[in-house]
Design a protein around this ligand. Structure first.
Ligand code: NAD
Ligand code: UDP
Length: 318
């Protein structure tokens, strides 16, 4: 990445800010673009002031303008947690559609590689397990998750079309549940929810009976996959995620074992269309990118929990 220049759309978000950091560490110049709709200026604190880093506050739906050359455009801009996209349905649809096209036009104008951050949600509530990239998915097109799922499916379609028709060098990553420092404590996703409950000694809010499964990938591993994919010539979608699958009940136990807290499991209603099982088939990433996750859940959780502990502490406090 040395000598390259990358735009990271959604750069003030959880994953985006880690990607900016990694690109700077690798010697690239980075322009982060964000409108802070679900991101935070605080996520840029360690980035601001680093050589080669710039920030542009822009809503990529309204327009996207980045001066100077670009080698890569990473499109991570989108609300990502089920609570966020339920509260921001039209913004989510627009950023996935209009925002993605604006990102593609920027990449086309600059001759840059365009990497689209898609999601395991394109598989919906999957009927094939584990999910491989050839599976077309099982998505309810009008359900509460559809604003996100269909926006990402459209984003994959328009990304592929710009590749075929306009010659843009496109990459598509299907990201599975990722966690780590800088997730928002109150974004409603299971990792910040259970960690904050454990740190406050509260009960764990398990939705449904807790037998639904997820596979959790540490953000550092994900970002490594994004960089490898961007540098490859792979235009087909690639799953990036950790294949270690567990039930949500087992995940609550894993958090309790590290964060402590005497919380019990309490059950809350299962959200509509909540996928019953999810595990990435990462054969493609292994074969084509030489990528696989390296950070064990326990280690990633320790890092994440110490981040949440630190931000829960009042500044200057003990
Ligand atoms: P996040 O909400 O922390 O980050 C998204 C960022 O995009 C935020 O900073 C937000 O302000 C910005 N954004 C949204 N709309 C924008 C707009 N119109 N203009 C400019 N900026 C805008 O979420 P995240 O977890 O970091 O997810 C990043 C990307 O990865 C998303 O595209 C998400 O769909 C994808 N993804 C994440 C996960 C995960 O587990 N974290 C899983 C699958 C896919
Ligand atoms: N979940 C839960 N309690 C919470 C938040 C989420 O049991 O407080 C469940 C949710 O129903 C889902 C899983 O944890 O089955 C992962 O949810 P998350 O919102 O993190 O991501 P998703 O994979 O659903 O996008």
């Amino acid at each position: 990445m040395r000598g390259k220049r990358a735009a990271v759309l959604g750069g003030a978000g959880f994953v985006g800010s880690h990607l900016c950091e990694r690109l700077l560490d690798d010697g690239a110049a980075v322009v982060a673009v964000d409108n802070f709709i679900t991101g935070a200026d605080e996520n840029l604190r360690t980035l601001r002031g680093r050589q080669g880093f710039e920030f542009l506050k822009q809503d990529i739906v309204e327009g996207l303008s980045v001066a100077g050359p670009l080698d890569y455009v990473f499109n991570l801009a989108s609300p990502a947690s089920p609570i966020d996209y339920a509260q921001l349905p039209l913004e989510t649809l627009r950023v996935g559609s209009i925002g993605t096209e604006n990102g593609l036009r920027l990449a086309e104008a600059k001759g840059a590689v365009f990497l689209m951050a898609s999601t395991s949600e394109v598989y919906g509530d999957p009927l094939v397990h584990p999910q491989h990239e050839g599976y077309y998915g099982n998505v309810n097109p009008i359900g509460p998750r559809s604003v996100y799922d269909e926006a990402k499916r459209y984003a994959e379609a328009i990304t592929s079309a710009y590749g075929r028709v306009r010659g843009v060098k496109t990459r598509i990553v299907r990201i599975f549940n990722t966690y780590g420092p800088r997730m928002r404590l109150n974004d409603g996703r299971v990792v910040p929810a259970f960690v904050s409950q454990a740190l406050r000694g509260e009960d764990f809010s398990v939705f449904g009976d807790g037998t639904q499964t997820r596979s959790f990938c540490y953000v550092k591993d994900l970002v490594d996959g994004l960089v490898r994919l961007a540098q490859s010539d792979v235009t087909d979608p690639v799953n990036i995620g950790n294949p270690r699958e567990m039930t949500i009940l087992q995940f609550a136990e894993a958090v309790r074992a590290i964060a402590g807290g005497g919380g019990k499991i309490i059950h809350r209603p299962l959200p509509q269309n909540d996928p019953k099982q999810r595990q990435p088939d990462i054969s493609r990433a292994r074969t084509l990118l030489g990528w696989e996750p390296r950070v064990p859940l326990e280690e990633g959780l320790r890092e994440t929990i110490s981040y949440f502990r630190a931000i829960a502490r009042p500044p200057g406090g003990p």
